[in-house]
Design a protein around this ligand. Structure first.
Ligand code: HXC
Length: 263
C-alpha cells in the first residue's frame, strides 16, 4: 500500500523501537525507515535482530540492532546509550516489546502474571525513564525548546475482558496509564509528546498466531466492524502520524493546553 505521507516526513529523526525485530515493531521500523528515520531496534534474540537489520538495510534504511531485555534496567540503559552513541541522537522511542501466552487465570502462576507485567508495563516505564535524558528539550543532541516523542503500543483487551488474558489485560491497562501520566508530566515539564496506540487483532503478528490460530481468525473477522483483521501497516501509519510534525499538536498535547487554559 502506498503511504499517504511524504517520504521525508521523519528525515533526520533517530528512532529506537523495542521489540523491533518482529511483528508490529518491525513494521514500524520499516515504515519509519522508509520515511527518513534512522532506526535502532532492541530485542532479546540476536538472530531475529540480525535478520531484521539485514532486511531494513536492504531497503536502504540506516539501521542497527541492539540486544537487550526491557526487564533489565542495565540493558535498557546500555541500549539507549548505544543508540545515542551510534546514531547521534534519540528523537523517538517506540515501546512495542510484549510478552504473551494463553492461560486461564486459574492456571496462571503469580510468577507468570508478574513476567508479563514486567515485560509490558515495567519494561515500558523503564525504557521511557532511561530515554528521558535524551528526549527532554535541551537534552544531548536536542535544542532547548523541542522535546522528542514516545509511542507506547498497548491493546484493546482490557477495555472489556478477554478469555485467558488476565495478565496481558492488566499489563496493557498499565501501559495506557503510563502513557497518560507521562503525557501529562513530561509534556508539561520537558515538551515530550507521549501517545499510545491500542491495536486490536493484527494480521501476521506473533501475538495473533499465538493467540488465535487461523480457524479462529475467520470468526474474529466476522466480529470486526470492517469484516477484516487489522494490518501491521495500519498501526505503522498511525505511529508515523503521531511521530511526525503533523501530529505535534494532537491528542495529549492539545489536552494539556486545554488543561492549562482551564487552570
Ligand atoms: C502458563 C506460562 C507460560 C504458558 C510462561 N509461563 N509461559 N504459564 N502458560 N504458556 C510462566 C512460567 O510458568 C513461569 O512461571 C513464568 O511464566 C515465566 O516463564 P519463563 O518461561 O521463565 O519466562 P521467559 O523465558 O522470560 O518468557 C516469558 C514469555 C516470553 C512471556 C513466555 O518468552 C514470550 O511470550 N515471548 C513471546 C513474545 C510474544 O508473544 N509477543 C507477542 C505479544 S502479543 P512459574 O510460576 O512457572 O515460574 C501482544 C498483543 C496482545 O502483546 C493483544 C492480542 C490481541
Amino acid at each position: 500500500m502506498a503511504s499517504p505521507f511524504r517520504s521525508d516526513i521523519l528525515k533526520g529523526k533517530v528512532t529506537l523501537i523495542t521489540g523491533g525485530g518482529s511483528g508490529i515493531g518491525f513494521e514500524i521500523a520499516t515504515q519509519f525507515g522508509l520515511h527518513g528515520a534512522s532506526i535502532a531496534i532492541m530485542g532479546r534474540r540476536k538472530q531475529v535482530l540480525d535478520s531484521a537489520v539485514a532486511a531494513l538495510r536492504s531497503l536502504g534504511i540506516w539501521a542497527f540492532g541492539f540486544e537487550g531485555d526491557v526487564r533489565k534496567q542495565e540493558d535498557a540503559s546500555s541500549v539507549v546509550e548505544s543508540t545515542f552513541n551510534n546514531l547521534g541522537s534519540l528523537d523517538i522511542l517506540v515501546n512495542a516489546a510484549a510478552g504473551n501466552f494463553l492461560v486461564s487465570a486459574e492456571d496462571l502462576s503469580p510468577n507468570g502474571f508478574r513476567t508479563v507485567m514486567d515485560i509490558d508495563s515495567v519494561g515500558t516505564f523503564t525504557m521511557c525513564h532511561q530515554a528521558l535524558k535524551y528526549l527532554k528539550k535541551g537534552g544531548p543532541g536536542r535544542n532547548s525548546l523541542t522535546g522528542g516523542t514516545i509511542i507506547n503500543i498497548s491493546a484493546t483487551l482490557h477495555y472489556t475482558a478477554a478469555w485467558y488474558q488476565i495478565h496481558v489485560s492488566a499489563a496493557k491497562a498499565a501501559v495506557d496509564a503510563i502513557t497518560r501520566n507521562l503525557a501529562l508530566e513530561w509534556g508539561a515539564d520537558h515538551d515530550i509528546r507521549v501517545n499510545g496506540i491500542a491495536p486490536g487483532p493484527i494480521q501476521g503478528t506473533p501475538g495473533l498466531s499465538k493467540l488465535a490460530p487461523e480457524e479462529i481468525n475467520s470468526k474474529i473477522r466476522e466480529d470486526m466492524p470492517l469484516y477484516r483483521i487489522g494490518e501491521k501497516w495500519d498501526i505503522a501509519m498511525a505511529a508515523l502520524y503521531l511521530s511526525s510534525d503533523a501530529g505535534s499538536k494532537t491528542l495529549w498535547s492539545r489536552l494539556l493546553e486545554l488543561q492549562k487554559v482551564n487552570l
